[in-house]
Design a protein around this ligand. Structure first.
Ligand SMILES: [Zn+2]
Ligand SMILES: [Zn+2]
Length: 368
């Protein structure tokens, strides 16, 4: 696998995945719109060097989505931020890491509790007995709370209950496919769904061994790593991983290059949190999903959340129904945000804006 991913390769791969996007229920929407893809295991992600010894593993689009990960080398080990959605993906990244250093992966940091960011933890725990898994205190709680949202141990059970229905649906869709191309794509999705179900049945949930409740600095053998707790946002336990010397921040899903997922979030506090992040001195962000971005992307992403909240509040005050808002607000914000929020086959503007509007209505207007 190449260490650098050209824009052309990236777009070519996305083109395959863009061929069809499946509609899925809300459960899957976190970080997780299903997309057709021919991605093989060896192509789960590509690595970009962001600074000396700091890499972004940018996930390729998959029917069962993976998060990005950050790989931070120290003088005697490796720190990995987020562990993908399944052990096979974590194993693939682990093999890549082995290609650049023989030092152990000593620490995992989970940015938040969503399923696609922690379900690969067990791989690193099996490889290094003294592994430390670090998360915020709140994230550790969310990982075992039944009502936390789309992640954690209880959510594994929900996925196990739902996957057989999803697999049946794919089989029905295959029988009704109208072209060989569509049939081939659906068959690839079916294969992924069945493989994912098999992995999930054997998953060994591996929880944080160390929690933080405030911003802390880790001194990791030549590397200063700050864990920033800036407030509630994408979830109530978000951690930002900040490398002050390299001026890089790893954001988890608090900043992504897709439309944000708001269902487990706190929209107004999220904007305040991003304002706090703006004060931090960095040049590049390794995002939860999408390509590595410069600081300029933060203003765009925060602008979307800010404008969305204002537009929904205004429409509600003027008496619009939710359905009217879903159309009106979506069209109103489209000139500014649709293009920038639709770069990938996953998490595009029109796929998510309706649900985003509904979430703002429920979380801000009705509870306001
Ligand atoms: Zn995610
Ligand atoms: Zn998330």
């Amino acid at each position: 696998m190449s260490w650098q991913w050209t824009r052309r390769q990236f777009l070519a791969r996305m083109g395959i995945a863009a061929a069809a996007i499946q509609a899925v229920d809300h459960l899957d929407l976190c970080c997780a719109l299903a997309a057709d893809t021919k991605t093989a295991t060896k192509d789960l992600f590509d690595m970009h060097q962001v600074a000396d010894g700091v890499y972004a593993a940018v996930a390729a689009p998959q029917y069962k989505v993976n998060s990005n990960a950050a790989v931070i080398l120290t003088n005697d080990g490796v720190v990995v931020v987020d562990s993908h959605s399944k052990p096979s993906a974590a194993q693939a990244l682990y093999r890549e890491i082995r290609g650049i250093t023989k030092n152990p992966v000593r620490k995992i940091i989970n940015t938040h509790f969503h399923w696609d960011h922690w379900q690969g933890n067990q791989v690193y725990a099996a490889e290094y007995k003294a592994l430390e898994i670090i998360a915020s205190e709140r994230t550790k709680e969310n990982l075992t709370r039944p009502d936390a949202g789309v992640g954690g141990v209880p959510f594994i059970e929900r996925q196990l209950a739902n996957l057989p229905k999803e697999i049946e649906q794919l089989k029905n869709d295959i029988m009704r496919a109208t072209s060989p191309e569509q049939k081939a794509r659906l068959e690839a999705n079916l294969q992924q769904a069945e493989a994912y179900l098999a992995e999930l049945k054997d998953l060994k949930p591996t929880l944080p061994t160390r929690t933080v409740s405030n911003t802390v600095t880790l001194h990791e053998q030549g590397r200063e790593i700050q864990l920033l707790l800036l407030g509630r946002g994408h979830t109530d336990g978000d951690v930002y991983v900040y490398l002050p010397k390299e001026k890089v921040v790893v954001t988890g899903d608090a900043v992504i290059d897709w439309m944000p997922f708001l269902n487990d979030g706190y929209p107004e506090e999220w904007v305040q949190t991003l304002t706090a992040l703006e004060q931090v001195d960095f040049t590049h962000m390794i995002l939860g999903h999408g390509e590595v971005a410069t600081k300029a992307h933060l203003a765009f992403f925060k602008g979307y959340l800010t404008d969305l909240i204002a537009a929904v509040k205004k429409a509600a005050a003027e008496g619009a129904t939710l359905d009217e808002m879903k159309k009106g607000v979506a069209d109103q914000l489209a000139p500014q945000y649709e293009q920038g929020m639709s770069k990938y086959p996953l998490g595009r503007y029109r796929d998510r804006v309706g649900l985003n509007i509904e979430m703002i209505y429920q979380k801000v207007v009705k509870k306001g």
